[in-house]
Design a protein around this ligand. Structure first.
Ligand SMILES: N[C@@H](CCC(=O)N[C@@H](CS)C(=O)NCC(=O)O)C(=O)O
Length: 224
């Protein structure tokens, strides 16, 4: 297996998905908690381009970017495959993973921080994006079928983080009425012990995201 380290931040959803993948594969790893306000020489050495967590370090070889890391883990350790064998299905899973991050996750962040009419528009657009994910999970237990897959791990922030973003941003995006299949999947996914055990306490996330929102507001020009 070699020496495995994760340079991460326990409150980061991008790091949580990497921990889920390693645990699903039965990999032992050392977790190095990073202080993002005072980045360590090891983070700067291993991710000099983006200077972000997570970074997986396998036998001193660094792999940054959570989606790339998930693929590396899946290709390196064969237990509990995350991506399908079929090239078209693999490409499709990658498409929806990128869509989920770009449109649903960053859409929710954008709606959280926006105000007034811009907020209304951001909520509408993000809801439309969640509607596409709803179609992907309809009639299935997990996005890949019967077992936890790549896309489940990528969308896995929805059950524990979306309601924090909604609370901090004073809005509601995913509920049982509008998006019943996604809502049910989220409810079931979070009950899985291996998934639950990596999730940071909700109160910590509320504090983090509230502070982030206040910081963003402090940068905005003062209204007269
Ligand atoms: N696209 C990256 C995003 C990683 C990311 O945004 N990490 C945040 C923590 S949640 C970070 O390291 N931020 C530090 C910074 O922006 O300086 C991934 O999927 O790994």
């Amino acid at each position: 297996m070699g020496e495995l380290k994760v340079i991460g931040c326990s409150k980061s959803l991008f790091c949580t998905r990497v921990e889920w993948a390693l645990k699903l594969k039965g990999c032992e790893y050392e977790y190095i908690e990073e202080d993002l306000r005072n980045k360590s020489p090891i983070l700067l050495k291993y991710n000099p381009v983006h200077k972000k967590v997570p970074v997986l370090v396998h036998d001193d070889k660094p792999i940054p970017e959570s989606l790339v890391i998930l693929e590396y883990i899946d290709e390196t350790w064969k237990l509990n495959p995350l991506l399908p064998e079929d090239p078209y299905e693999r490409a499709t899973a990658r498409f929806w993973a990128k869509f989920s991050d770009d449109k649903c996750l960053y859409g929710a962040f954008g709606a959280c921080t926006a105000e007034g009419e811009a907020k209304e528009r951001a909520i509408e657009t993000t809801l439309e994006s969640f509607g596409y994910l709803e179609k992907q999970i309809q009639g299935k237990k997990f996005f890949g079928g019967e077992e936890i897959s790549y896309l489940d791990l990528v969308a896995g922030w929805i059950p524990h983080l979306l309601n924090v973003i909604e609370e901090v941003g004073g809005m509601k995006l995913v509920d049982a009425e509008r998006l019943p299949s996604l809502h049910e999947w989220a409810h079931n996914f979070i009950q899985i012990p291996l998934i639950k055990e990596c999730i940071p306490p909700r109160e910590d996330l509320v504090v983090l995201y509230s502070a982030h929102l206040s910081y963003i507001r402090s940068l905005e020009p003062k209204k007269q």
